[in-house]
Design a protein. Structure first.
Lengths: 602, 79
């Protein structure tokens, strides 16, 4: 898992893909199962086989539907039993500049050129609208790479009669459509082909012979970029960076050389490179990535290095700083535990190959790219796309503050002898509501990335959550928790479905681990019980489906007072009769009401 | 490069592409002799052979290639 990082060894990936696939499939990793329909305007087989490998490497086992050669538009627009039956979780449209049907030419007027662009765009828009109507699943659409020749030379880019201009205009229109439609993502082939080099990208003979839209060697990089979008949509992004310090964030060894001799700042080329890299890392905070330090150093020296006047990153930019002489894999595991995230959610950046090997070997799933020279650091981190942004929720923007508040809570806890007293001192307030439109994105995100406190680990796409939100047979709870240290945002989601007039099946119960042991689950249960009784329900039925990661909730329903009704291996079913239900939460004020006494009757 | 050297390297490429460590090839081997050698794998194979020997087959050559022997002959001319 996550053994494949940028820079890619394209020739080995192409040659050995069968073996790589076989080995990934037999490594025993539990994987999300997803169905992906690939609608292509050119040959898609190699794109699919590479995408398959990258997704497997990121914990997603995909089943693919591939349209017949160049039948992307027909497949999308007209009903088709095979695709309908496949019912995709995601549709990827692999079109390229070769698929643009409209042409502009020096013989046309500006108005005629405008109309050609509109017609071409409409053809795509019609297809997207049809897909939304038929499948309402996430759609990934390529934009267009620049043409391989320019009839009018440099004029081609600005004159509406140039094909380069047409491609640029279409790309802008695709971007505008993406900005206006959630669940629609652009695969930026324009960027990737430019980064690869257009002359290398285009392989006319592979087009004439096999209808390949790009050369074979470029397909791994292309598919890697595409896989980043898909893994992000399905909640498999990394969450945090663990950073080494010496020769990673600055040149030199702070403990030996002293702060004043570190290579960092505008004076030297290498110092500039380190400073720019620090700036890039700092920007990751803006997209919700959490920064931590994992360095073999005395803490005092590490902090002195971070206080360097030319440094961009400062002590307060990090949620957790581990500077000691322990093994790094252990430090990352501890950091992960303190932050309540999984060790595999880390991107580990270290210039030292030995340290990388240890972390790679002992934390399967963590991303550990090869860092060679400082001038390449930004490109290596950026192209690995560990934090590809697809959904942008309010929580992403505030995550660093929230986790920093968590560390403060930890300190406050130490000053209380009694845990209950500590909980009361937090002055917690919860807002437990239905699935309000403003929370839909965050709810979807939570269903896709919560692994530990998750009873059924059911994953939902945004359209599925929207459908659930409108379903009269469902009771939905979305819980947000605040306390005196800060706002944790939306942290818990419960979906109950009435299967008969008396019974509510709890098909989803999850909570973010950042609020573990705060009694939020009790507040949610109280609310669920109250709403269920109001809807005439007599009993709640809960399910626990075991996964590799959710052992912590295997006895949750038992702790709530449910009784076990059936068992299949380690999967269990539980029931609670609601008559005489007593409130269980006594530490969180819910929906503006004052604190309830524990065990207060409904 | 001698014919034996080419065969040694070419066999390794075939074994990688078809993921079969026991595969052997000779002048008369064709797509019919190797179960997984379909039109899709053919493209991967051609790409991998080009990569291994640092050559590019011409368009006419790829479609006219009847068996492994012809492939080896072209490689000997070019590599």
């Amino acid at each position: 898992m996550n053994s494949i990082t940028y820079p890619l060894d394209s020739s080995a990936l192409i040659k050995k893909r069968k073996k790589i696939r076989r080995e990934l499939l037999s490594d025993g990793t539990p994987r999300l199962k997803k169905k992906i329909a690939v609608l292509g305007g050119s040959t898609t087989s190699d794109v699919v086989s590479m995408l398959d490998i990258f997704l497997l490497d990121n914990g997603i086992q995909a089943q693919f539907y591939e349209s017949e050669y160049a039948r992307y538009w027909q497949d999308a627009v007209f009903s088709n039993d095979e695709l309908d039956g496949f019912s995709p979780d995601l549709i990827y449209i692999h079109t390229t500049t070769r698929n643009i049907l409209e042409r502009v030419s020096p013989k046309m007027t500006a108005e005629e050129c405008d109309m050609a662009v509109e017609r071409e765009f409409d053809r795509f828009r019609q297809m997207w609208e049809k897909i939304d109507e038929r499948f309402s699943c996430p759609v990934v659409q390529n934009n267009f790479e620049l043409p391989s020749y320019r009839l009018m030379g440099n004029r081609d880019v600005w004159d509406k009669r140039g094909m380069t201009n047409l491609v640029c205009r279409l790309n802008m229109m695709f971007s505008e459509y993406a900005a206006e439609h959630g669940n629609f993502y652009i695969n930026d082939i324009n960027y990737i082909s430019a980064a690869y080099g257009l002359d290398r990208w285009y392989s006319p003979s592979y087009w004439y012979m096999y209808k390949y839209a790009m050369c074979l060697e470029a397909i791994p990089e292309f598919a890697f970029n595409l896989a980043a979008i898909i893994r992000s949509v399905f909640g498999k992004n990394k969450k945090a960076v663990a950073l080494d310090l010496d020769n990673t964030l600055w040149g030199g060894v702070v403990g030996d050389d002293g702060v004043e001799n570190l290579v960092l700042g505008e004076e030297t080329p290498t110092g500039q490179a380190y400073r720019e890299f620090q700036g890039y890392i700092k920007q990751l905070r803006d997209i919700g990535v959490m920064l931590t330090v994992c360095s073999k150093n005395d803490e005092e020296n590490a902090l002195a290095g971070l206080a360097h006047p030319d440094g961009v990153l400062k002590k307060d930019d990090f949620i957790c700083i581990k500077a000691n002489w322990e093994n790094k894999d252990r430090n990352i595991a501890e950091t992960a535990e303190e932050m309540s995230i999984l060790p595999e959610s880390f991107l580990f950046l270290d210039d030292n190959p030995a340290e990388r090997a240890i972390v790679k070997g002992s934390i399967p799933g963590a991303a550990v790219p090869e860092m060679d020279e400082v001038e390449n650091y930004i490109r290596i981190v950026d192209r690995n796309a560990c934090f590809e942004v697809t959904g942008f929720s309010e929580d992403d923007l505030k995550r660093n503050e929230m986790y920093a508040a968590n560390v403060k809570r930890g300190q406050a806890m130490k000053s209380f002898g009694d845990y209950g007293e500590y909980l009361l001192s937090l002055e917690m307030e919860a807002e437990i509501t239905d699935f309000l439109p403003v929370y839909i994105q965050r709810i979807t995100q939570l269903t896709n990335k919560s692994n530990q406190f998750n009873l059924t680990t059911r994953r939902y796409t945004q359209p599925e959550i929207e459908k659930t939100a409108a379903d009269e047979n469902c009771i939905r709870l979305c819980g947000r928790l605040r306390d005196k240290f800060g706002d944790n945002g939306v942290v818990s989601v419960v979906i109950g479905r009435k299967t008969d007039p008396e019974t509510l099946d709890i098909e989803l119960w999850l909570m973010s681990c950042r609020v573990l042991k705060r009694d939020m689950e009790l507040a949610m249960l109280d609310e669920l019980a109250e709403q269920a009784v109001r809807a005439g329900v007599k009993r709640l039925r809960g399910y626990y489906y075991k996964t590799a990661k959710n052992k912590m909730v295997s006895r949750l329903y038992e702790s709530f007072g449910f009784s076990l009704v059936s068992q299949n291996g380690e999967d269990t079913v539980w029931e609670l009769w609601l008559e005489g239900y007593k409130n269980k939460n006594g530490v969180i004020a819910v929906n503006g009401k004052p604190l309830q006494r524990k065990d207060g009757q409904l | 490069m001698t014919k034996d050297e080419i065969y040694e390297r070419l066999t390794a490429v075939f074994r990688d592409v078809f993921d079969d460590e026991t595969l052997t090839i000779g002048d008369s081997t064709t797509a019919d002799d190797i179960e997984d050698w379909d039109s899709i794998e053919h493209i991967t194979l051609i790409g991998a052979v080009e990569d291994e020997f640092g050559i590019r087959f011409r368009m006419g050559e790829v479609s006219g290639m009847k068996n492994v022997g012809e492939m080896v002959r072209i490689i000997m001319e070019r590599a």
